[in-house]
Ligand binder design. Structure first.
Ligand SMILES: C[S@@+](CC[C@H](N)C(=O)[O-])C[C@H]1O[C@@H](n2cnc3c(N)ncnc32)[C@H](O)[C@@H]1O
Length: 215
């Protein structure tokens, strides 16, 4: 599959997609598991929540979110990578309230139902800014009134002021879109799209943030 945005590194395909969870565990020296468990706990999921997972990946996050849901709760993953969808389906095959569909998050969603939460984890930074705006609009339209857009991604920082041991790997691994993402005021941007009442939690020495925004 060709990339929609050739400079993006969040369009994960092939072997990278197949071994995504393992690679993440290795890249974070085994810290990813406890980090993502803590981040998902901070989402404050209610048992009957209906959650939309933008760029759902392998289904690892969906399984963790599902621990907080009752039978009435539901998770719908949106993904474009066939390899990711395949893994998501295998991981969640015995859980009826978790589904995944092949749907690009920057295109109109046309979903029949509204959701309590839209979760987007390490996806938003990987797009040109104009596309991020389409994604934010998609999230807003998919949410119920009072629903929450929850962005787990890089926090705000000035890259040139970060220590070399962070700056060099970041510049080497991350796509060019991430460089402007980290310098933007995301609360302000989300506010211009109708979101309010922000709550933040920080991880990895504040380089990563879970940002909750109410519709
Ligand atoms: C960096 S991975 C993060 C996966 C997952 N959210 C996580 O935290 O483990 C980014 C994911 O977004 C998906 N993705 C990229 N562009 C997308 C798009 N336009 N629509 C839906 N999913 C997309 C990729 O296929 C990949 O699975």
């Amino acid at each position: 599959m060709n990339k929609l945005y050739p400079d993006s590194k969040v369009e994960v395909q092939g072997l990278m997609a197949k071994y995504y969870d393992t690679l993440l565990n290795i890249a974070t020296f085994g810290m990813y598991k406890s980090f993502i468990e803590k981040a998902i706990k901070k989402m404050d999921i209610s048992p009957d929540d209906r959650i939309l997972d933008f760029g759902a990946g392998t289904g690892r996050n969906a399984l963790l979110m599902n621990k907080y849901l009752s039978d009435k709760g539901e998770i719908l993953g949106l993904e474009i990578s066939e390899k990711m969808i395949q893994q998501f389906k295998i991981k969640t095959s015995n859980i009826p309230n978790i589904r995944v569909i092949n749907q690009s998050i920057d295109k109109p969603l046309n979903l029949e139902e509204k959701f309590d939460k839209v979760f987007i984890s390490f996806v938003l930074h990987g797009f040109p800014h104009s596309v991020r705006k389409d994604i934010i609009r998609s999230a807003f339209n998919a949410l119920k009134n009072d629903g929450e857009f929850i962005v787990l991604d890089f926090n705000k920082f000035i890259l040139k002021n970060t220590p070399f041991y962070f700056r060099i790997p970041f510049k080497t691994i991350e796509c060019k879109y991430a460089f402007d993402f980290v310098e933007k005021d995301w609360k302000n941007i989300l506010h211009t799209y109708g979101f309010n009442r922000f709550e933040e939690s920080y991880f990895f020495q504040k380089y990563v943030r879970l940002l909750k925004a109410k519709k």
